[in-house]
Design a protein around this ligand. Structure first.
Ligand SMILES: [Zn+2]
Length: 173
């Protein structure tokens, strides 16, 4: 059930990413960007990003607050190949620089630039991030734990740290 949900969310995130990049390309060629599809992609991108925040929290569960604060993305994306995090950082920087440039524009040009450039650029960053989180969640091996949260292997009947019976003990009884 969890895998199915994550797979659906991964596909949705990738669709939003692809659509936002298409919108961005349309905007860059100077063609008028249709408002309704742009708005739907925007809402979809925000939707999958909200879902990915919950998934990210669950991926950080077994880490301490300190570790999470130090490298939140590396922890959340540990199931994905390492180039994914680098690519996301690069794209995030590009989007931030583009946003600063956008803020420097006079107001009338800013309104005109929002829909064709800024909105799809941001949706692409957020949906790429969601896709990476879903992918990571699908590829992290299940971490087994005793009821007290110590790491165990599937065959250990008792936790090596605290001695509490594990699920394997319950099955063998
Ligand atoms: Zn234990």
């Amino acid at each position: 059930m969890r895998r199915l949900l994550l797979t659906i969310l991964l596909v949705l995130s990738l669709s939003c990413l692809a659509l936002s990049l298409i919108l961005l390309l349309i905007g860059l060629t100077g063609t008028h960007v249709p408002e309704r599809p742009a708005f739907l992609v925007f809402v979809g991108g925000i939707g999958v990003f909200m879902a990915s925040i919950f998934v990210m929290r669950s991926l950080q569960d077994s880490f301490t607050q300190r570790e999470i604060r130090k490298q939140p993305w590396a922890i959340a994306l540990r199931g994905a190949p390492s180039w994914v995090l680098k690519a996301l950082k690069f794209w995030g920087w590009c989007a931030s620089i583009a946003y600063l440039a956008f803020l420097l524009l006079p107001k009338s040009r800013r309104d005109a630039a929002f829909l064709p450039f800024v909105a799809p650029l941001y949706v692409s960053v957020f949906s790429a991030l969601s896709a990476a989180i879903m992918y990571s969640a699908l590829h992290i091996p299940n971490e087994l734990k005793c009821p007290n949260g110590h790491p165990i292997t599937p065959l250990q009947k008792f936790c090596p740290e605290c001695g509490v019976p594990t699920a394997a003990a319950a099955i063998s009884e």
